[in-house]
Design a protein around this ligand. Structure first.
Ligand SMILES: Cc1cc2nc3c(=O)[nH]c(=O)nc-3n(C[C@H](O)[C@H](O)[C@H](O)COP(=O)(O)OP(=O)(O)OC[C@H]3O[C@@H](n4cnc5c(N)ncnc54)[C@H](O)[C@@H]3O)c2cc1C
Length: 447
């Protein structure tokens, strides 16, 4: 079969790699000048460096993403240290390992800043939360995560220490916006994966930049297996005749015929592409209801070490200004001779994204000085602010079931991308799981 894959982000890359592995002829069309989509490295000439567009972390349940890394030969570049650290203003830290003794401490409500009776309330609320996540009441998608926490009596101190951060980290959005069903479903996925693999959930990170991790190996596979990659190829429609796909049309009018097409563009780029697909209105509904969420990431090049205790630290109470700090020296084995690179992340950065680069840098440096005593005298050599207004998507209450399946009503056409229906929310794993399912749908045709 000649298979066309539209979109060269993770979902499109994985689709193209796996179709090529199965012996199909593949053409990959990407509208930008390079591959990688939302997971890319970005050259910064001022410091002669290539940091990422934003720190991406892995969960140990990311099985399809790991399969992709196996396919492109870069699995060795992911580390799972088994711990992160929570830091308080003033500099006190608490290492939070995943599972084991630390997991037990969390279960009984022993969290940073949670004291007295709140520990008991936390333990009780957490037990209810897990029970309701596993046996979901019908109203879970009618309320926000914030409503849910109130309903089960989760103390504010436990929310500050753990649960609000979990919702932001997992769903990409704030607890008062995100449907309660989204974190509940993710907890279920995490528990299921931990049971299957008999290992506690842990968080990992790439030890190389995102192009080296995701794109370079794929390009090698493409070269070796004859996949044609076309950059600056903007698809304007997917062509359908008699309920079967016939190819795609590009924005300059060129037609490319195909036996099968995987459409792997993000939710905010889908409108117009599927007009010829019967029932496309249902798919387009997702466009209006899965709204984009901004992330602000900063690559801060400093003149000295700020003395991080761990590879990644969550700043307790840093919400909205500086939530996570990543020690790229430790993570990438960098030589700190020239400068020290710290990457920072603020998810759901609705307010921060409106500020100027200088304001964002000043705010974050102020915060670093409050949390890291060694940052008091640190000077900024260069600050590289990356605003991504469309980083992830929000699933608000009432959106359960809105994400479309990879299988469409059209023979030979499958959808992929983090926004299609998967066990995950807006994640790299969601993108790769959707690709695995889309490829399965297409290969049924080849049999
Ligand atoms: C700053 C940031 C931090 C993140 N952190 C994490 C994290 O820690 N963990 C995690 O799991 N996930 C994280 N994510 C989310 C993750 O990056 C995405 O879920 C995933 O990369 C989405 O992949 P995708 O292939 O579905 O979409 P994309 O990567 O957006 O790829 C779609 C591609 O389609 C192309 N395209 C669009 N329209 C057309 C067209 N008409 N014709 C041709 N090509 C087209 C686009 O140019 C793009 O290259 C983060 C995202 C960001 C931005």
């Amino acid at each position: 079969m000649h298979c066309v894959v539209v979109g060269g982000g993770l979902a499109g890359l994985a689709s193209a790699v796996w179709l090529a592995e199965s012996g199909q002829r593949v053409t990959l069309l990407e509208r930008r000048g390079s591959l990688g989509g939302r997971t890319i490295a970005m050259p910064v000439a001022a410091v002669d460096d290539v940091p990422d567009n934003g720190q991406h972390v892995f969960a140990s349940g990311y099985e399809h993403l790991m399969r992709y890394l196996d396919s492109v030969g870069t699995r060795e570049h992911v580390a799972f240290p088994g711990h992160m650290t929570v830091r308080m203003a003033g500099g006190a830290t608490r290492r939070s390992a995943f599972g084991g003794v630390a997991g037990l401490r969390t279960a009984v409500g022993d969290l940073p800043g949670v004291t007295g009776l709140d520990r008991l309330r936390t333990a009780r609320a957490q037990a209810t939360l897990i029970r309701q996540a596993l046996r979901q009441p019908p109203w879970l998608d009618d309320i926000t995560a914030d409503d849910w926490f109130r309903r089960i009596g989760m103390p504010q101190s436990a929310r500050d220490a753990l649960w609000d951060g979990i919702v932001i980290g997992l769903t990409g959005d704030k607890p008062d916006i995100s449907s309660a069903k989204v974190p509940a479903d993710l907890l279920v996925t995490g528990i299921r994966r931990a049971r299957e693999t008999r290992t506690p959930i842990s968080i990992g990170y790439p030890t190389v930049d995102l192009d080296t991790l995701f794109v370079d190996g794929a390009e090698k596979v493409f070269a070796d297996s004859g996949v044609e990659v076309r950059h600056r190829a903007v698809v304007s429609s997917i062509d359908v005749v008699d309920d079967a796909v016939t190819g795609v049309t590009l924005s300059d009018g060129e037609r490319i015929t195909a036996d099968a097409v995987i459409c792997a563009v993000p939710v905010w780029n889908v409108r117009g592409l599927l007009d010829q697909v019967p029932g496309h209105e249902r798919i387009y509904e997702a466009i209006d209801r899965l709204t984009p969420v901004p992330i602000v990431s900063v690559n801060l090049y400093l003149d000295r070490s700020i003395g991080m205790a761990d590879w990644g630290e969550i700043l307790h109470g840093g919400e909205g200004v500086l939530e996570q700090v990543w020690d790229r020296q430790r993570m990438h084995g960098r030589d700190p001779g020239r400068h020290h690179l710290y990457s920072t992340t603020v998810s759901a950065a609705y307010e921060l994204t409106q500020k100027s680069n200088a304001e964002i840098t000043d705010l974050q440096m102020e915060m670093l000085r409050r949390y890291f005593p060694d940052a008091a005298e640190a000077e900024v050599i260069h600050s590289h602010v990356v605003r991504m207004p469309k980083s992830t998507f929000a699933q608000r209450p009432g959106t359960a079931g809105i994400r479309p399946d990879q299988r469409t009503s059209v023979r030979g056409l499958a959808l992929a991308g983090d926004w299609t229906r998967t066990d995950w929310t807006t994640t790299m794993e969601g993108a790769c799981q959707s690709a695995a399912r889309a490829v399965e749908v297409i290969l049924e045709r080849a049999d």
